[in-house]
Design a protein around this ligand. Structure first.
Ligand code: MG
Length: 157
């Protein structure tokens, strides 16, 4: 078994929704990003790549490449799952933590787990998504953006 960790941040810009774990959540801001800005999926991709010693998301999907402009991050996640499989590994479980003062995510967590499980090709019981605030401290507390952490274990196929 191997363990991987991922971390990502995206800043807010003008907008009406943010995409987190593949779910569009209504908000008074959007994400400034080359892709759709799905910070939680980016952290998850990095955790999977880390567990398999495959580098990081920037190496596989450079933000200078127009092919990835505005791309749905679920496509990136599914590609990462393929890379993991090519290594002879499969995700065993995933635990994602989203740090956001707002929007409130409680009502979206279940759908996020369903979406991630689908892309990871594992059962929903192996996927956990948590949301927390930073108690109004730091850039997340000032509502300048959202951060996400992910931890995964992967096992041999
Ligand atoms: Mg990112």
């Amino acid at each position: 078994m191997r363990i991987g960790h991922g971390y990502d941040v995206h800043a807010f810009c003008e907008g009406e929704w943010v995409r987190l774990c593949g779910v569009d959540v209504p908000h008074s801001k959007g994400f400034k990003a080359h892709s759709d800005g799905d910070v939680a999926i980016h952290a998850l991709c990095d955790a999977l790549l880390g567990a398999c010693a495959l580098g990081d998301i920037g190496r596989h999907f450079p933000d200078t490449d127009d092919a990835f402009k505005g791309i749905d991050s679920r496509i990136l996640l599914r590609r990462v799952v393929e890379l993991v499989a090519e290594r002879g590994m499969v995700c065993n479980n995933a635990d994602v933590t989203i740090v956001a003062e707002r929007p409130k995510l409680a009502n979206f967590i279940d759908q996020m787990c369903v979406t991630l499980a689908e892309d990871l090709g594992i059962s929903k019981e192996r996927v956990n998504v948590k949301a927390t605030t930073s108690e109004k401290l730091g850039f997340t507390g000032r509502e300048e953006g959202i951060a996400a952490h992910a931890v995964v274990t992967v096992v041999n196929l």
